[in-house]
Design a protein around this ligand. Sequence first.
Ligand code: AHM
Ligand code: MG
Length: 345
Amino acid sequence: MTPNNISLTRFLIEEQRAGRVNAELRLLVEVVARACKRISIAVGKGALGGVLGEAGGEGEASINVQGEAQKKLDVIANDVLLEANAWGGHLAGLASEEMDHSMPIPDVYPRGNYLLLFDPLDGSSNIDVNVSVGTIFSVLRCPEGVTTPTDEDYLQPGTEQVAAGYCVYGPQTTLVLTVGHGTHAFTLDREVGSFLLTTRGMRIPEETKEFAVNASNQRFWEAPMQRYVGDLLAGKEGPRGKDFNMRWIASMVADVHRILTRGGIFSYPLDSKCAPKGGKLRLLYEANPMSLLVEQAGGAASTGRQRMLEVQPTGLHMRVPVFLGSKAEVEAAVSYHRSHDAGAA
Ligand code: AHM
Ligand code: MG
C-alpha cells in the first residue's frame, strides 16, 4: 500500500511547483517512465512473447559497439526508448550503450534542451534465466548554442547530470529517480498502469556488512583490491573486526537496488582483463547515473581513486572501475587504494 497514493505524475508536478524541475524535464521523465512500462511488459512476457535469446538471424549474432552479442530484448528496449523519446520536443539528442554514436533528434521534430543517455537493458545476460534486469538513464543539458549535438557534447562529468534513474524489472517493477533533490522509489501498480511513490528520500545506511563483487575475477585484481577483499573475508578475526556477507546478482541495477534499500558496497574494480579498456562498466550509462542516485541517498561513489561524478569523460563509451554504496565502506575501499598508491610512490 502506498501511504499517500502519489503517482509519478503528481510527484513531478509537485516538484515543478517547488521549482525543482521545469515542464520540459518533467515531460522527459514521464516519457522515459512510460517507455520503461513497455519494456517491463516485454520482459515479463519472456518465452511467451518470443523475446528471449540473442538478436540476429540463425548463426549470425548481432554484435553491439561494446563487442558484446546483443539479446533480442536489448534491441527491443533500445527501440522502445528511441521511439518514445524522438518526437516530444524535450530532447536535443540521445546516446545509448547499444549504439556506436549519439543521435540528434530527427529534423522533423522540434529539438529541446536536454540530452538523454541510457543503458536500455542492463544485466541482459540474466534475461534468459528469469533474473532481474533493468534500464538505467542519465539526463544532461545540451550545451548552450548547440542545436545538433555530437558525441563531444555528451562528454560532461557526472556532476552536470540534471536527473538520473533506473527501472528494475524484478518481482516488482520499480523506478528509482533523482532530479537532484533526494532519491525516490516508485513501484508500478500493474493493475492501474502507473508508478506510485513507495519510498520518498531513500537513505543508504552509512555502515554495512555486505559487499558485492564478482569474486571469480579475484586473480586478475590489482593489489589494493586483493588486500581489501582479503580483509573483508577475514571477518571478525581480521583487521575489519566484523563478519561480512557477500551478494552478486550480475545485474548492476538489481545489486544497486539492494544497496539503496538496505546498504552495502558494490564494486567492479579494475582487473588485468578489463584494464586495457579502463574497466568493465560504462561511465556515462551506468556509473554516473548510479553514482548520482547513491550520493543523493547519502552514499558515496568512487573509481577507487577519484569521486566518480568528477571524472571527465573522454569518450561516449568510456569505462571505469566502480565502488559505490554505503559511505563508510566506500571510503574504506578508497583508503586501500590510497595507501597502496602512496607506498608505490
Ligand atoms: P551489460 O550492460 O552488458 O548487461 O553489462 C553490465 C553488467 C552489470 O549489470 C553487472 O554488474 C556486470 O555487467 C556483471 O558482470 P560479470 O558478468 O562480469 O559479473
Ligand atoms: Mg549495462
